[in-house]
Design a protein around this ligand. Sequence first.
Ligand SMILES: C[S@@+](CC[C@H](N)C(=O)[O-])C[C@H]1O[C@@H](n2cnc3c(N)ncnc32)[C@H](O)[C@@H]1O
Length: 265
Amino acid sequence: MKQLYLIGIGPGHPDFLTLQAVEAMRRVDVFFLLEKAGRGKDELIALRRDIMHRVRPEGGYREVSVASPPRPRAVDRDAAAYRAIVADWHAEKRRIFAALLAASLADGQTGGLLLWGDPTLYDQTITMVDQVVRTLPETVALTVIPGISAVQVLVARHGIPLNRVGESISIITGREAEQVDPASVHNTVVMLDYNASFQRFVGQGMDIYWGGYLGADDEVLVSGPLDEVLDELLRVKAALRDAKGWLMDTYLLRRRAVTDGDVED
Ligand SMILES: C[S@@+](CC[C@H](N)C(=O)[O-])C[C@H]1O[C@@H](n2cnc3c(N)ncnc32)[C@H](O)[C@@H]1O
């Protein structure tokens, strides 16, 4: 039997590793490093290696690196077309996982995939690996180790709770933020936003809590009434993208409540 750990490593700093993640990493024989080509690739791989060295300074594991196909951008507004592009992308990733499990993990060994943030949030690795494992003649036991997500770091860094009293939270993509009825947004986290979609929500009594490179040494935070911080935010985003070549950001849009403060417990 083979064992595969899908380990959440938090979003950008080794300090986010949980003790459960550390214990799982100590049992790994082979770490699989998959990273998409692109300008952040080297840095994201380096962070994983740093984590591996910290947890296993004595070594004793093997590393297998594979180029991962890039995530398709939401360039096409047609939902069916976008789903088809994502389906192709997932099929390609499944082929990679199948090849890795067959060729690089021996019977009796434990493999480890270090997954950014929490593996259950905007990451379909669990589903894809599970689908692959079901097709294999051998048994591969899967274990998911939860991690701290970028969402949790965002609100912790801003020193706010994720929800207000009795209010729901939604988490959407930048693609959805471009299409959603702004009136329906009250307390919404936006991830995977490549187009600064928060601009659609100006003039609607929204506060924004924004974080770039959360958890990393170059983390940047901006918050305030969206109408007032919009220009700063656009400037900051453009400058960061220019300086580093890539940007990972997450933000919370929160409609200012008329009764704010009256009903908190
Ligand atoms: C594919 S999703 C993966 C989310 C991840 N599973 C998690 O739990 O945070 C990638 C998106 O997460 C957000 N993200 C991940 N890490 C981040 C970070 N360090 N700072 C800001 N946003 C981050 C960004 O919105 C990015 O586009």
